[in-house]
Design a protein around this ligand. Sequence first.
Ligand code: HEM
Ligand SMILES: [Cu+2]
Length: 647
Amino acid sequence: MINQIVEYLRNADPLIQMSAVAAVLTLLGIIFALTYFKKWGWLWREWITTVDHKKIGIMYLICALLMLFRGGVDALLMRTQLAFPNMNFLDSQHYNEIFSTHGTIMILFVAMPLIFAMMNIAVPLQIGARDVAFPFLNAVSFWLFFFGALLFNLSFILGGSPDAGWVSYPPLAELSHSPGPGINYYVLSLQISGIGSIATGINFIVTILKMRAPGMTLMKMPLFCWSVLASCIVIIFAFPALTVALALLGMDRIFGTHFFTMLHGGNPMMYVNLFWVWGHPEVYIAILPVYGILSEVVSTFSRKRIFGYKSMVASLMLISVISYFVWVHHFFTMGAGPGVNSFFAVASMAVGIPTGVKVFNWLFTMFRGRIRLTLPMLWSLTFIPCFAVGGATGIMLASAPADYQFHNSYFVIAHFHQTLIGGAVFGLLAGMYYWWPKMFGFKLNETLGKWAFWFFNIGFYVCFMPQYALGFMGMTRRVYTYPAETGWGTLNFVSTIGAYLMGIGFLFIVVQILYSIRYGERDTTGDPWDGRTLEWSLPSPVPHYNFAQIPTVNERDAWWEMKQQRKEGILPPTKEPLKPIHMPNNSSLPFFMGLAFFVAGFGLVFNQFIIATVGLIGVVVCMLWRSLEKDTGHWISVDEIKQMEAS
Ligand code: HEM
Ligand SMILES: [Cu+2]
């Protein structure tokens, strides 16, 4: 294995050698800084071993932003290569690796952790709970995600990235066509982080169904919680399909089975079906919570309750169901026949109906509202037209006969970036800005944020609108270069400029965060936006037990209602005296369990079964250890609570 890695590094392209050196230097820098400022103990006690959902949410957020940077650099490298005809910036192999890691990272290590960040930060607070249902499992999920992402990112610098696209179809992804460890990294890192995602899905379904404050019936629950519930239901039905697909592909590659190889009775189409049975619902997993975020933001900043609450709930649930009946639209051209194609075409178009319902509800909520154009609201407003165009081009693709023209063209690239960036990323940024003061106790600077907003938005349209046209002009996806005679040069150049504008937008977000840590407006009220839901009734940042006393809920926008009553002079019923609170202990086991999975995965990537076995034994030892632990919680005394509440 060591030989393999050394060999790879010696022959690698200078760009990769440079990134290997940069990675080692960054690591040394971090180790040095932590030692110099004596922060190791703090890092271990406050973060690595934490089971607090709010801190776990923040860790997801930080990792997602780092990965957005990594995926964004990939995007700029690709766009640079495509800026002019006959470019020589990247060779074909390197280009293949970059679009594969870009796609995988953006979907699994940016979009997923961003929604998990928002869920962790907001859901327990919105339902008036002290934690999620299974705090320890929540930490396990995070560390599985973290080590999965780490394993995936190691591929670039330790021996060959996956290069078969983010979908990794056989036979291209089989050992016969992709020898070397590349695809193994893909299979194992997705498997490890996928286990964490399933656990998160279960965790939040139970949390939402079981841990709501007294009085909060399902129909009084904030829409964000509904959207998380819908998303988690999709997770627990969709991710097992990915688990199976990856397990079978992994066995084909590592143990020489033939599930997907034609020659020995396997069938590659089986993989394609399994992949998209997960893959299509996956994009709804990412977008559903965004619908929830938008509903919260739009109603808060229009100072109105959401229009059509019940139809919002119904459309969320409907979308989560329909999302399972559309997957074949990813391979209309593979010859399933008109009957099958028609069914999946109609199902795909049907998703537009509940989505339209939501868009109109947001518009009606804003109608005659007193709108405040804060950053969360700006990002929500820009989401609406952007996602509408993405949806409309989606309907075009869903038309099976038309898809014979669009299939695998740049039109598709433009369409899915429009929904994924204009939908998922814009919406999640709205969420980040909205809940930032709750997480950290200060606001992000609005001026810098507006610069970021405009660079990102203008960049977005400059980058992706030309790609629709390129698709019509016959440019296919996943080509690393093209001759000048095609006439694609000008539009590609424009598109690349747009990509760089978005890159500048991202830099503004980074500057904005750094600047605001020092100078950002401190939030002393806990309710900087004049919010409507329960999280705004708490001080920011929130004490680790969340609610000193669990609130009783009577109305849909519970905190808004309490504030209105107070204004009318109706005082809340006198509270019962404080009681000691039971909270779970910190634990290092989730971290070590993630580490053990990582070791096992790393061993399997290089077919080193001894290392893999050591890792798997580590996993079992962690589980045994946990099951033998007797005392997994502690009490916070009334005095301590009083102290915390007073400060
Ligand atoms: C600055 C923003 C971005 C730019 C400029 C960009 C650019 C690109 C480019 C040039 C490709 C390769 C096209 C090809 O040659 O086939 C690509 C593929 C892809 N991108 Fe992005 N991208 C961006 C953001 C995102 C985001 C936020 C997501 C998801 C959340 C995403 C998901 C994907 C996926 C899934 C692929 C397909 C990879 C494959 O073909 O296997 N991208 N992107
Ligand atoms: Cu789809």
